[in-house]
Design a protein around this ligand. Structure first.
Ligand code: SF4
Length: 585
């Protein structure tokens, strides 16, 4: 309703490179006001299309359609009531009767859109599926697809084609699976609607960027997606450079898809910390690797280190030294073949890295030494190499094809064809870019392979970023965002919109500070109780703005405390977590 502030914010988005501006319109009055926002922007010379975001109040959609270029409706609440998240049984008749009501109301809306030349986004969210859909499909990718198709079928029967579709979730895996499923279904049914991509409640900072890069990047790599939105709990104009970077990264046509995508079963990939840039291997390095000092004094080697919960399972080093003697027994040290003899003196748990030629030439080592063979060209994985790898099935393959998503898929397909069961690692080497670009490139290009559970581990080397901890942390964040490892509290937070009535960014940072040590938890910070409880998905706890300086606290989807004054809410959440979980808060 604050027209001037809204126009100013829209201009900041446009100036940053946004090509479409979406504005939430919670009610009919707000939808009416879009007319003035639209007019003011046009008067100032901005012709960027506007989209209205409508939930629950379908009358608002009918009004907004008269003033803006596109209206987004949510199939979970355009006609249906707020989902109850309870198990409901629908008879076939009751199910069909709801669809009749849906068709009638949606057709009225489409008629207005047709009259004004307004486009429609059918914007399905994982967290707000209707009871009807939940009763038959659950909150699954199939449920999200069916929720969308209910509306798409009406568009088809009404011959209304000015439609774009989105299926979003805060969970990258779910979002990617749902969009893939819909794309497949549309292909098989000859439908050609554009797809809009986004990961909802991605959060802020590096985590928000990585989640978005994995979700959006994976689909763009697969040739799916026409528009994107990176959803960050930051000022909206900050989303645009990230979005533009992702489009740049994933729309370079140099990598060609050459077949069906594979799914693997590696549900707990490991991390290799790359220490190749170091000249010394000392205690400071050990600490940065997350190793912790042991309790027992070893009479020969002194204090031994223990694994911490963030420690990498393997390290690669070209620098030898006494510090190697202290490493936790479980940590495997990988060294180049030329260093193996000496490295083995320092640490018996040492493996060697060799290339294909060295491997086929017969690496002369004791039988029990772990061997890692680096394959840098997918065509090297031929019958003769496969024969040797089969014979030595405990040899780990290190795939190293740069950032070529499809080459990795081809290699895994080739492994399947050749009947190879060897463990695999993904080795990625990057340089010549700043940290944010490196983060987006790697997450967008290869993060999807972990969603597909293909590689057994991740090994990142950043040649021009000297701190090895950066690559290590990036590896952890990619695996956590892909849902295959858990190293830290998972925070999800919405981007905020016209419904947010408190300082969302500041609150997220306070909540992170208070609960960042709860490694196994997922905590949501959401701007409003209209969509927050649904959209927080499977978060363990929710901190949700209830308006007027008040906050509602949730355990899962159950409301536990209502209207807590904002200044007491973090402490109350602490009490709630202590009551309901066996963790030290
Ligand atoms: S405040 Fe947050 S949860 Fe509520 S509608 Fe806006 S973006 Fe969604």
């Amino acid at each position: 309703m604050d027209t001037e502030a809204c126009v100013e914010q829209a201009i900041r988005i446009i100036e940053a490179g946004g090509e479409l501006v979406r504005i939430t319109a919670p009610g009919v009055k707000d939808a009416e006001n879009l007319k003035y926002i639209h007019k003011a922007l046009r008067e100032r010379g901005y012709d960027t299309p506007l989209s209205a975001d409508i939930h629950f109040i379908s009358d608002a959609a009918l009004v907004a359609a008269q003033y803006v270029e596109k209206v987004r409706i949510n199939p979970g609440n355009f006609v249906d009531r707020r989902a109850t998240f309870q198990e409901l049984n629908y008879s076939d008749e009751a199910y069909a009767a709801e669809l009749v009501v849906l068709k009638k109301r949606f057709t009225e809306f489409l008629d207005i859109c047709r009259q004004y030349g307004t486009a429609v986004r059918i914007g399905t969210n994982h967290g707000s599926l209707s009871d009807r859909i939940m009763s038959r499909y659950g909150d699954t990718p199939a449920g999200m697809v069916e929720a969308t198709l209910e509306y798409l079928r009406v568009c088809q029967s009404e011959h209304f084609d000015h439609v774009v579709i989105s299926l979003k979730s805060s969970d990258c895996r779910l979002m990617v699976e749902a969009v893939r499923l819909l794309a497949k279904k549309m292909n098989s049914e000859g439908m050609e609607y554009p797809l809009h991509l986004g990961v909802t409640e991605a959060g802020e900072g590096e985590d928000g960027r990585i989640r978005s890069a994995i979700g959006i990047g994976t689909l763009l790599n697969e040739g799916i997606g026409d528009t994107i939105r990176v959803s960050l709990t930051e000022a909206p104009e900050k989303e645009i450079p990230v979005a533009r970077a992702l489009v740049g990264i994933c729309s370079q046509p140099k990598f060609e898809k050459s077949g069906e995508l594979l799914k693997g079963d590696c549900s707990r990939p490991i991390i290799v910390a790359d220490l190749s840039s170091l000249d010394v291997m000392d205690e400071a390095v050990s600490r940065k690797l997350g190793f912790e000092m042991g309790q027992v004094n070893d009479p020969v080697y002194g204090d031994r280190l223990h694994l911490g919960h963030k420690s990498p399972e393997m390290i690669y080093t070209e620098t030898l030294g006494p510090e190697l003697t202290k490493l936790p027994e479980e940590t495997l040290v990988i060294v180049p073949l030329s260093l193996w003899d000496m490295a083995h003196v320092y640490n018996r748990n040492t493996g060697v890295l060799c290339d294909v030629e060295e491997f086929l030439g017969g690496v002369k080592l004791e039988k029990t030494i772990p061997v890692f063979v680096q394959i840098s060209d997918k065509y090297d994985l031929d019958v003769s190499l496969a024969k040797q790898l089969k014979k030595e099935s405990d040899v780990t393959i290190v795939f190293s094809f740069g950032l070529n998503y499809h080459d990795y898929h081809d290699a895994y397909r080739q492994m399947e064809l050749l009947g190879l069961k060897n463990q695999t690692l993904l080795f990625v080497e990057m340089g010549g870019m700043d940290k944010e670009s490196v983060t987006l490139e790697i997450a967008a290009r290869v993060g999807g392979l972990f969603l597909n559970r293909l590689p057994g581990g991740l090994w990142i080397r950043t040649t021009e970023i000297p701190e090895f901890e950066y690559a290590l942390e990036l590896s952890r964040n990619i695996l956590q965002s892909a849902g295959v490892r858990r190293y830290k509290t998972e925070f999800i937070s919405c981007p905020g919109c016209g419904r947010t009535l408190f300082d969302l960014e500041g609150t997220v940072s306070k909540v992170k500070q208070a609960f960042g040590h709860l490694q196994q938890m997922k905590i949501a910070v959401m701007g409003c109780i209209v969509n927050g409880p649904g959209e927080m998905g499977d978060a363990d706890y929710g901190y949700i703005g209830a308006g007027n300086g008040k906050v509602n606290l949730y355990k899962g989807r159950a409301l536990m405390y209502a209207a807590i004054p904002e200044e007491q809410a973090i402490e109350q959440l602490r009490v709630l977590i202590a009551e309901k979980s066996s963790v030290d808060v």
